[in-house]
Design a protein around this ligand. Structure first.
Ligand SMILES: Cc1cc2nc3c(=O)[nH]c(=O)nc-3n(C[C@H](O)[C@H](O)[C@H](O)COP(=O)(O)O)c2cc1C
Length: 187
């Protein structure tokens, strides 16, 4: 393995979902560096469907938390203490996400958002920032709190900030043999 690859793997292995943050603000230059990493992500038909609404204003964040993480979604209330909430929205294009999806049945924008979002996450990791993907939120609530134009679909949220975690709990990871085959599904 080349040195570069092993550096990347170390960064990937060090990333963990962070749900507790220092109350230190996150520098906008660092957030913009994460956005720069998104720009170079691949996407179906180069559609680049990702859009980001970065919420670092405390009053705006409170409004977002109130509407996005209430009722059935209150399990996500911990995110209220993240200094930044990054709302990832999708703008669906015609070719990949309407025509392409109709033919193959694949929601390409979800793949694209996942890749772009993870570029953001890994760049954040390199900058010493912690993140957590959030899928458990009210789309309607996000729309209401942030006045989201109809053409943008709230698809995920990232909690972002400097981690306040001494030790992350170990997680059991699937072994390669449980999820990877060469050429056919026989062992
Ligand atoms: C698409 C997606 C949605 C997620 N939604 C939530 C969420 O709503 N709340 C939460 O606490 N964690 C959420 N997570 C974080 C996962 O629980 C976490 O990635 C997983 O348990 C593995 O732990 P690790 O990230 O520390 O490796 C989400 C992760 C992904 C990729």
């Amino acid at each position: 393995m080349s040195e570069n690859n092993s550096n990347l793997l170390s960064l990937i292995k060090a990333r963990r979902s962070t749900r507790k943050f220092k109350q230190r603000p996150v520098e906008r230059e660092k957030i913009l560096q994460c956005i720069e990493a998104v720009r170079f992500a691949p996407s179906a038909e180069h559609s680049q469907p990702w859009r980001f609404l970065i919420v670092d204003d405390p009053a705006k964040k409170e409004l977002l938390v109130k509407h996005a993480f209430s009722g059935v979604y209150s399990a996500t209330r911990w995110a209220a203490k993240a200094p930044v909430l990054v709302v990832i929205l999708a703008e669906l294009d015609f070719l990949a996400n309407r025509l392409g999806k109709q033919i193959t049945g694949i929601h390409y924008y979800l793949i694209d958002i996942g890749i772009g979002g993870e570029h953001f996450v890994l760049q954040a990791q390199e900058l010493g920032l912690g993140t957590c993907w959030i899928g458990w939120f009210s789309q309607k609530g996000v729309r209401k709190a942030l006045d989201v134009p109809r053409k943008y679909k709230p698809t995920a949220i990232l909690a972002l900030g400097y981690p306040d975690v001494k030790k992350y709990q170990d997680k059991i990871r699937k072994e390669p043999a449980e999820m990877c085959w060469f050429n056919n599904f026989e062992k």
